[in-house]
Ligand binder design. Structure first.
Ligand SMILES: NC(=O)c1ccc[n+]([C@@H]2O[C@H](COP(=O)([O-])OP(=O)(O)OC[C@H]3O[C@@H](n4cnc5c(N)ncnc54)[C@H](OP(=O)(O)O)[C@@H]3O)[C@@H](O)[C@H]2O)c1
Length: 244
């Protein structure tokens, strides 16, 4: 049997947790363009509805990565998942000296535990040709000392998790996308000035001289979904940000 090196998304069902905004929305849009049926998941119904309209048609489900039952309920209503993409999550900054460790750990869990809930629930609905993309990030490789330790922990944990899951659930492929700074609503939590200052500084520091766009990250996610030999990989797309 010859296995195609590039699989088509045409007719597949792609579920994007976090698909109502930023990288997840761009991924859902790109997958839709390639002929996939799309389900997007997030906590806010209004955002999901707006995103579904932008995508040009998508199922929408409200759920919270921090709540196991709500994530399990997402998949209870779905019979087949060809590809699972998890981009749901926020930005969690805080120096350990100034923060409650339990709060920091809860934020790690939004990524780690939420991904475990979703992967476990999705796997029983995935064909052998299925694949999963989890979300890491540049802080895994590029510590800052500026209150990003929790994000570093979550990102590195996701990388370790993905590799092990790929072996446990073979032949389903599991990969990680590790973005650097990307222009999305994620940074709105820092306020208008804080966001501008952070992203301007990052753009000036990066070798490429600018922040990434969500569609550039989506392009990398789609490569991981459709290249049948990509497995156990952490694909960095950060404008060279790990090295400056
Ligand atoms: N942008 C960057 O520079 C960057 C860099 C490295 C890594 N990342 C990671 O990439 C992922 C996507 O980031 P983004 O920039 O695309 O952010 P974004 O534009 O803020 O989108 C986040 C998406 O996740 C959903 N979400 C957030 N928390 C959730 C939760 N607890 N349960 C379910 N859904 C949740 C949001 O919808 P609701 O708010 O309605 O739930 C939204 O759809 C995040 O995990 C982020 O940490 C981003």
């Amino acid at each position: 049997m010859t296995i195609p090196s590039r699989t088509s998304l045409n007719g597949t069902h792609v579920v994007v947790l976090g698909g109502s905004s930023g990288i997840g929305l761009a991924t859902a849009l790109a997958a839709k363009t390639m002929g996939a049926h799309i389900t997007i998941v997030g906590r806010t119904l209004e955002k999901l509805r707006r995103a579904a309209a932008e995508i040009g048609g998508a199922e929408t489900v409200v759920a919270d990565m921090a709540n196991r039952k709500s994530i399990e309920a997402v998949f209870a209503g779905i019979s087949r998942v060809d590809h699972l993409v998890i981009t749901a999550g926020g930005v969690h900054a805080g120096k350990l000296a100034d923060s409650d460790p339990d709060k920091l750990l809860a934020e790690v869990n939004e990524h780690i535990a939420g991904s475990l809930y979703a992967v476990k629930a999705a796997l029983t609905r995935m064909p052998p040709t299925g694949s999963i993309v989890l979300m890491g990030g540049q802080f895994s490789d590029r510590p800052s000392g500026n209150g990003t330790s929790v994000m570093a922990l979550a990102c590195r944990g996701i990388e370790a998790l993905a590799r092990s899951l790929a072996l446990e659930f073979k032949p389903i492929r599991v990969n990680v996308i590790s973005p650097g700074f990307v222009e999305t609503p994620l940074y709105n939590v820092f306020g208008k000035e804080g966001r501008t200052s952070l992203l301007t500084h990052a753009a000036n520091t990066l070798p490429v001289g600018r922040i990434g766009r969500p569609d550039e990250i989506a392009d990398a996610v789609l490569f991981l979904l459709t290249n049948g030999y990509m497995n156990c990989e952490v694909l960095h797309i950060d404008g060279g940000g790990r090295f400056v």
